[in-house]
Design a protein around this ligand. Structure first.
Ligand code: ADP
Ligand code: ADP
Ligand code: ZN
Ligand code: ZN
Length: 755
């Protein structure tokens, strides 16, 4: 390999997070894969150092006017970095909860189809914005282009069996005797002792929707002239007509509690106005185009070969084929991006960049194989190669050996996690890594045999007639008291079956997913596992002061940042930028707090320790047991005070698992628990799941990783393909039975793996 400096990115003396003076030379125009156990420092090199510095250097090239309006990146801790190019980070952060973002808009494919409808459709509704549901010219006026409408649910808002005096109005603020209640009960217009269900139609309309007149209202404090406004009209004005972002937390919760969301009756969910929806291209409306699966739409567009429509259809088709190529052909363009998984979102972002003609960029990926069946990982490799061959540098953090195999260069971080990691332990091509003595090398050579003794179920948890999304009326039984793994290609219906249908049918199931932990921005591993309270009490007792002093949420908070450790600046048009608080330098505490010690350590010292280190400092048994759960789920390397917001999806899932470990007799559901896990850690994760099962629990996981499939007691395989072509039960039985199955794609890859 050519390592001449101008053709390589050079990084010298990197110290970000746990990095120990890391120096690297990365070939440009090549694919480099970063491997290593989780917490070894892969992201610290790729995201926190290289990507951040290239963004920062890019910003420095702008005028000071622009620079002042861009996010401020702090210089990563490294001696020098040379030859960086503009970095494009393609991570698994959700594509955002914006209701206006769909697969069609996020990939820009809808904008091409808009041109097709406006130039080639009959009758045309006008220039292109006429087919945009995000533009007043095209949007459905009833739902403002959202496809859904939110309405007050009358049966939740009103108790029809009660009278006004008995408290029939259940909405917030309408308690009997309140001045708001008096608008109805004090108006003299209604019989306050008649149950609402017995009101005349006229009175009922008046109470719910009346407006446009004033009434003299009797209240406890006297009487007043007031404008009448029906119960429903008033609720809609106060809670629904406003931008929900401007509502207080409490009001938003109230709005959620009393409302239902329905498909808009005017556009039937298609978001467009009547003129747009009346247009046809080859007999199909824009709504039909939106609803069709992408793989099907490709065929429909291929039939348009006329001189006007042909070239536009071809442009749309080229983009759609990229979606199919990356294994997303089962999506429809009208699918709201907020409903996509992290892996699907990442692949969608990738498609957007594949279409770009820019070259010489550095693309940075975070475990792109997430959510992909072994069959689809091959296609992913092809896409990475195509990005490279367009003249780009590709950096990938990845655990999947099939992705490592397409790399030109591999950097293995280690030897372990956290403070025991942070070194480059290997650099070179895949075959040499496989032959090496690093943890990754050894794991790559190890073969897990197929499990041969299976647990017997203690019962059955059935699902009947499951038909949500693409599921085709499935009847399937989940055996209780065993480890069940649900497999199938992406889009076959695994998450739908497990996370939606199964959990709805068996509400006792505890879902341990990778979603953000909805706790305050100040939460840490210590607070999450319930260890922090005890730690504070120990500090209070030994120093004879109040425990609140050791909380950065109360008395102990640094006044500069209110205990956040960082200051976040909101930018209207970009992600907020966070910088370390200058007053406490990120320690979060008031200086005085640090004088108080336990075993010579301040609370800040303790929060900088890992659980393994803290175990030596304390004696409280319950506390020690909690600290050890972090070890059991493979998170020993996290410091007790690391903000939960910096955890990856896989780490979040494992910390949730830690809090569940010592409970029993439950059903646990996990969606791809090996995400973010090194091959060496995957075995430890299955050990953990085995322990949960041995303690009397039922464990169901959705998983592609064959190392997990091989250790299941029971496999449920869905397919045969994604989307419409999926949703059927292909196989249910033991892994041995699966091995012999001739129809399942999963079986084919299992045979290959064991072969
Ligand atoms: P990997 O990508 O290999 O899983 P990371 O680079 O994310 O590892 O993490 C390396 C170490 O740095 C871990 O101990 C992790 O807990 C720590 N770390 C990562 N991000 C932060 C952060 N924002 N603040 C403090 N510690 C961090
Ligand atoms: P898997 O978990 O096997 O990848 P999913 O259960 O996510 O598959 O998806 C199965 C099918 O259901 C796909 O066609 C997918 O597009 C569709 N689907 C999943 N979630 C939604 C949703 N929230 N809205 C509409 N369609 C969905
Ligand atoms: Zn509508
Ligand atoms: Zn501070």
């Amino acid at each position: 390999m050519d390592h001449s400096t101008d053709r390589s990115i050079t990084l010298t003396g990197a110290h970000e997070n746990n990095l120990r003076d890391v120096s690297l030379t990365l070939p440009k125009g090549r694919i480099t894969v970063f491997t290593g156990v989780s917490g070894s420092g892969k992201s610290s090199v790729v995201f926190d150092t290289i990507a951040v510095e290239s963004q920062r250097q890019l910003n420095e090239t702008f005028t000071s006017f622009l620079r002042n309006r861009l996010p401020k990146y702090e210089r990563p801790r490294a001696e020098s970095m040379e030859n960086l190019s503009v970095a494009v980070v393609i991570d698994q952060k959700p594509l955002g909860g914006n209701v206006r973002s769909t697969v069609g808009t996020a990939t820009d494919i809808w904008s091409v189809l808009r041109v097709l409808f406006s130039r080639y459709g009959t009758p045309s509704a006008g220039g292109a914005t006429a087919y945009s549901f995000n533009d007043p010219a095209g949007m459905c006026p009833e739902c403002d282009g959202v496809g859904q409408v939110v309405r007050l649910d009358l049966d939740r808002a009103v108790d029809w069996s009660k009278s006004l005096n008995e408290g029939a109005l259940l909405l917030p603020g309408l308690g009997v005797g309140s001045w708001e209640w008096s608008l109805y009960g004090g108006s003299g217009r209604f019989d306050n002792d008649l149950p609402l269900g017995e009101f005349s139609e006229e009175d009922r309309q008046l109470l719910l929707y009346g407006s446009g007149f004033t009434v003299r209202v009797d209240m406890r404090t006297g009487s007043a002239e007031m404008r009448f406004e029906g119960v429903v009209t008033r609720f809609e004005r106060l809670y629904l007509k406003r931008d929900t972002a401007s509502l207080s937390e409490k009001r938003r919760a109230a709005a959620d509690r009393f409302t239902v969301e329905r498909v808009c009756g005017s556009c039937d969910g298609a978001r467009l106005n009547a003129a747009a929806l009346a247009t046809r291209v080859d007999g199909l409306s824009p709504a039909d185009y939106g609803r069709m699966e992408v793989s099907e739409l490709v065929g429909v567009l291929a039939r348009i070969d006329d001189p006007v429509g042909g070239p536009i259809a071809a442009a749309a088709r080229e983009r759609l084929e990229r979606l199919v190529g990356i294994g997303l052909g089962y999506l429809s363009l009208d699918r709201q991006t907020s409903t996509l998984s992290g892996g699907e979102g990442q692949r969608l972002k990738m498609v957007r960049h594949l279409g770009s003609s820019l070259t010489g960029l550095t693309f940075v990926f975070d475990e792109p194989s997430v959510g992909l069946h072994p069959r689809d990982v091959g296609r992913l490799g092809d896409l990475l190669v195509r990005l490279r061959d367009k003249g780009n540098t590709v950096l990938v953090v990845e655990h999947d050996p099939d992705v490592m195999a397409v790399a030109d260069h591999i950097v293995d971080m280690g030897p372990r996690a956290g403070s025991e990691g942070g070194h480059v332990v290997f650099e070179g091509p895949f075959d040499r890594l496989r032959a090496s003595d690093t943890l990754t090398g050894r794991s790559l050579r190890r073969r897990t045999p197929l499990k041969s003794e299976f647990r017997s179920p203690t019962g059955q948890l059935p699902v009947r007639g499951a038909d949500l999304h693409n599921l085709k009326g499935l009847d399937v039984s989940f055996p209780a008291g065993v480890l069940t793994v649900v497999t199938g290609v992406a889009g076959s219906g695994k998450s739908t079956l497990v996370s939606e249908v199964f959990t709805a049918a068996h509400p006792e199931a505890v879902v341990i997913d990778q979603s953000a932990i909805t706790a305050s921005s100040r939460s840490t591993p210590a607070s999450y596992i319930g260890a922090l309270d005890t730690i504070r009490k120990v500090f209070a007792r030994e120093n004879g002061v109040d425990a609140g002093l050791f909380s950065f949420n109360s008395a102990g908070a640094c006044p500069g940042c209110a205990g956040r450790g960082e200051i976040s600046t909101d930018l209207a048009f970009m992600d907020p930028v966070t910088t370390t608080c200058r007053e406490c330098e990120g320690r979060r505490f008031h200086d005085d707090v640090l004088k108080h010690r336990v075993g010579g350590r301040s609370i800040v010292d303790v929060l900088e320790m890992t659980a393994a280190q803290a175990v030596d400092l304390f004696e409280d048994r319950a506390l020690l047991r909690k600290l050890r759960t972090l070890d059991e789920v493979g998170l020993t390397y996290l410091t007790l005070g690391q903000p939960l917001s910096t955890l990856s999806g896989g780490e979040r899932q494992r910390i949730k698992l830690a809090t569940q470990l010592h409970r029993t007799s439950s059903v646990y559901v996990l969606d791809e628990p090996t995400t973010g896990l090194h091959l060496a850690d995957t075995g430890a994760l299955v050990d953990l799941l085995d322990r949960l099962v041995d303690a009397g629990n039922t464990v169901v996981c959705v998983e592609h990783n064959l190392e997990v499939v091989k250790r299941a007691d029971w496999v449920i395989d869905l397919g045969p393909d994604g989307g419409k072509k999926g949703g059927e039960l292909v196989f249910a039985g033991t892994p041995e039975g699966l091995l012999a199955d001739r129809t399942s794609v999963t079986a084919e890859y299992l045979r290959r793996d064991l072969g």
